[in-house]
Design a binder for this molecule. Structure first.
Ligand code: HEM
Length: 192
């Protein structure tokens, strides 16, 4: 990005792009990692499956994105013409706020959607989640985020094989943030 050539970005473009990548890519991935740890600690059967078969890691990452992805909503879209979406008429110029988390719990796409099942992709391929959005503005950092999360989860359990939640699951607190499914804290005991 910094190498001078005829396609060089201006300093303003460079700063804007770096800020965009850091803000779009940092907190989101941090929250996915924490949400995933909380989910696995509260679903020991799923954690056992993953530990028995590490090749499940990519599927687990996608299922955790679906089940506890950190970005419940996309940015607003504005209708360029009148349309009907499902049974809902939308007029030109009106805003639509896609709720990704609702789509990812839609039983028509994901049977028994509230169940965390890291083998879901194997038993029912072709039903991907939309936690990274959809279409032209789908997240550009999706592969990086999933890799980072898998590395973090693997490193945690390699280093501390038996972490446990230090509080009851119902005591986990989420921040009241409009577009972030985010824990305020994740207290764990690293050793039993
Ligand atoms: C778990 C982590 C992440 C989640 C849940 C996430 C989620 C999303 C979602 C839902 C969108 C689409 C928003 C919309 O359509 O309104 C998006 C776009 C975007 N993401 Fe991510 N993201 C993550 C990680 C990253 C990373 C690691 C990067 C960069 C290194 C990144 C950079 C971007 C950028 C630049 C866009 C805008 C793309 C565009 O408008 O064309 N994201 N992300």
């Amino acid at each position: 990005m910094l190498a001078p050539n005829e396609d060089s970005l201006t300093p303003t473009e460079t700063v804007a792009l770096v800020l965009n990548l850091v803000f779009a890519g940092h907190a989101t991935t941090v929250n996915l990692i924490a949400n995933g740890v909380a989910a696995l600690l509260t679903h020991p059967d799923q954690l056992a499956l993953l530990r028995d078969d590490p090749t499940l890691a990519p599927d687990a990452a996608d299922e955790l994105m679906r089940w506890c992805g950190p970005t419940p909503r996309a940015l607003p879209r504005y209708a360029t013409e009148d349309l009907d979406l499902g049974e809902c008429p939308i007029r030109q110029g009106e805003a639509v706020l896609p709720v990704l988390a609702a789509a990812d719990r839609d039983p028509r796409a994901h049977p028994d959607p509230d169940r965390l099942d890291i083998t879901r992709a194997r038993t029912r391929p072709g039903s991907p989640h939309v936690g990274f959005g959809h279409g032209a503005h789908r997240c550009v950092g999706d592969r990086l985020a999933l890799q980072e999360a898998q590395i973090a989860w693997t490193a945690l359990w390699d280093r501390f094989p038996e972490p446990t939640l230090a509080i009851a699951p119902q005591e986990l607190v989420r921040e009241a943030h409009p577009n972030s499914w985010k824990l305020t804290a994740l207290p764990v005991h690293l050793h039993p």
